[in-house]
Design a protein around this ligand. Structure first.
Ligand SMILES: Nc1ncnc2c1ncn2[C@@H]1O[C@H](COP(=O)(O)OP(=O)(O)OP(=O)(O)O)[C@@H](O)[C@H]1O
Length: 243
């Protein structure tokens, strides 16, 4: 069963901002090569947790390990692709210039750089808009460009915070196809989402509420355990809400 190694290990992690407890004693292992979904309502703590995994914040208590190394770690940055909830793009530059800037940061140069830029823009279906200024991009296009940037350096672990917000269903489908292709290449993906049909596409899910991890399992396991037909209903049962 456990033939794959855990590439993420979250150990008794808590986080507070002043008196506000945002994460409460979270322990979780995410295996190499799986698509792991973090599902929960707004304010559940998903972003706080994935920011720690990306090395942008630290727990108040407990530890996060990526590839058996404690985070935050500068050495690990190249092995991670992180897509934040709000797009961190240079609006006054074209998409290509943005991609070139981030490529340089990752040490991608020359032919390899041009090749990767072409590949990632094809993947997110923005090949026709490479020279357009980002300020002229729609919200969904910016999300896709952020995803392209996260993929540039071919990271082993992708941490994607609500990657499909503002993206229409057709494109959402093609982006999920890209996720499953990346998984087939052996990559690990952590995806936060509110969207229930996306949750069903994950190999395993962690359900979060009020800073707690209230259940972990495959979508099928979670439905079976709660005797429900949908993840949405399963969530309500785990959360103690009467149906
Ligand atoms: N820097 C901060 N200072 C104070 N409180 C914070 C900070 N960052 C997050 N919080 C609080 O932590 C809680 C969890 O926020 P977080 O963004 O992790 O939730 P989320 O599950 O990602 O929600 P959403 O789906 O809306 O993005 C919220 O109550 C938020 O206000």
């Amino acid at each position: 069963m456990n033939e794959k190694q855990a590439c993420v290990s979250i150990r008794n992690v808590s986080k507070s901002f002043g008196k506000h407890v945002v994460l409460q004693d979270i322990s979780l292992e995410i295996n190499e090569g799986e698509i792991f979904g973090l599902l929960g309502p707004s304010g559940a703590g998903k972003t706080t947790l994935v920011k720690e995994l990306a090395g942008l914040d630290e727990p108040t208590k407990g530890e996060n390990y990526l590839f058996q190394e404690k985070m935050p770690s500068l050495q690990l940055i190249k092995r991670i692709g992180y897509m934040a909830q709000s797009d961190a793009l240079y609006e006054d530059l074209s998409a290509k210039e943005n991609l070139q800037f981030f490529s340089e940061l990752y040490g991608l140069k020359g032919q390899k750089q041009s090749q990767r830029i072409k590949e990632v823009m094809e993947l997110v279906k923005l090949s026709g808009d490479v020279t357009k200024l980002v300020s002229n991009y729609s919200g969904g296009m910016k999300r896709r460009l952020s995803l392209a940037i996260a993929l540039l350096h071919e990271p082993e672990l992708l941490i994607l915070d609500e990657p499909t917000v503002g993206i229409d269903p057709v494109l959402r489908k093609s982006i999920w196809k890209a996720f499953t292709d990346l998984k087939a290449q052996g990559k690990t993906l952590i995806v936060t989402t509110h969207v229930m049909d996306e949750a069903d596409k994950c190999d395993r899910l962690g359900l979060m509420r009020d800073g707690k991890l209230i259940a972990v399992g495959t979508p099928e396991e979670l439905k079976k355990q709660t005797n429900t037909a949908t993840i949405e209903e399963a969530f309500l049962v785990f959360g103690g809400v009467e149906r």
